[in-house]
Write a protein that binds this ligand. Structure first.
Ligand SMILES: [Zn+2]
Length: 62
């Protein structure tokens, strides 16, 4: 059955956005900012996203 290939959902993001502010905004709007679910709708809190946010904060302290 080659029909399965059509069901594959490819998530392609044009131009990676890695700016902390944009990631924060995305998270506040209820989207994932972690690499695993990037751009997906977030239900509740995501530990991976929180990790990303924590890293952003740490980087700013330099
Ligand atoms: Zn997440």
């Amino acid at each position: 059955m080659k029909d399965k290939e059509e069901g594959k959902k490819e998530i392609k993001i044009k131009g990676r956005v890695s700016r902390p502010l944009i990631l924060k905004e995305m998270y506040q709007q209820g989207l994932h900012i972690c690499s695993g679910f990037y751009g997906d709708k977030r239900v509740g809190e995501c530990l991976f996203c929180l990790e990303v946010l924590a890293r952003l904060k740490n980087e700013r302290k330099k």
